[in-house]
Design a protein. Structure first.
Length: 241
């Protein structure tokens, strides 16, 4: 075989390899896009259906309650429900033996890239720790804790008048937000505030936390666009019923 033909042959091989690589990239990208859409729709349908089944409103008082017993029949890992009025946050809270499982599993323990809202595995299930931490994904479909980013970006009005409600089997907790900021993903300080307050805040809630006689706090955490930053929101317990 002449050098000219050999060169042409290798050139054709190179073209084929490039073509196959482009086809592979296109197929993978298409599969990933379809998967995102599929799991997004599945997650939204599931959570809307679940909310209709367990969120109960008293016709006279308009008081909201959550049927935790029904949720526990679905999954014993349920420890409560979180609701933040004027946001999309209205979800069951789960707790596993680690902080990985519910990153990509729903309440039915089926795989879903949107995951669930879940409690830090080291926290007590009854929210009795000084600092109870809840995690949830940021998604472009505005599921899970995505609205925390919108609050941080001032796309949702949010101040000390806004309440965060936690419902458990026996109690209803009302929390008041007092601190919000961005933190590095590898910074453990916002999650390890111990018996003191993490007083840093990039949003003014007009609250002097030093003067508050606080027994318990709630920390919400989600990613900010990518995995390098997290949005952190701290709230103190006002009442429990």
């Amino acid at each position: 075989m002449s050098k000219r033909k050999l060169k042409k042959k290798y050139k054709n091989y190179f073209v084929y390899i490039i073509l196959l690589s482009l086809i592979f990239i296109f197929v993978c990208s298409t599969y990933k896009f379809i998967s995102i859409i599929y799991f997004r729709n599945k997650s939204q349908e599931l959570n809307k259906k679940l909310a209709k089944e367990v969120v109960e409103v008293d016709k006279k008082t308009k008081e909201i309650s959550i049927n935790i017993k029904k949720l526990k029949r679905i999954n014993h890992d349920v420890v409560g429900w979180i609701r933040i009025p004027k946001t999309h946050i209205n979800y069951a809270i789960l707790k596993s033996k680690d902080n990985s499982y519910y990153l990509n599993h729903d309440i039915y323990k089926k795989y879903n890239i949107n995951g669930s809202i879940f409690m830090n595995y080291a926290n007590r299930y009854d929210f009795s720790d000084f600092n109870t931490i809840l995690f949830g994904h940021y998604t472009r479909s505005l599921d899970m804790f995505s609205d925390l980013k919108k609050i941080y970006d001032k796309k949702i009005k949010f101040n000390k008048k806004n309440k965060i409600y936690i419902y458990t089997k026996d109690k209803k907790y009302e929390y008041i937000p007092y601190s919000m900021y961005l933190a590095d993903a590898n910074d453990a300080k916002p999650l390890n505030i111990g018996k003191s307050f993490f007083r840093k805040t990039e949003k003014d809630f007009d609250i002097d936390i030093k003067k508050k006689k606080v027994r318990q706090t709630l920390t919400l955490s989600t990613c900010y666009d990518n995995n390098s930053k997290r949005v952190i929101l701290h709230a103190y317990l006002k009442t429990e019923k």
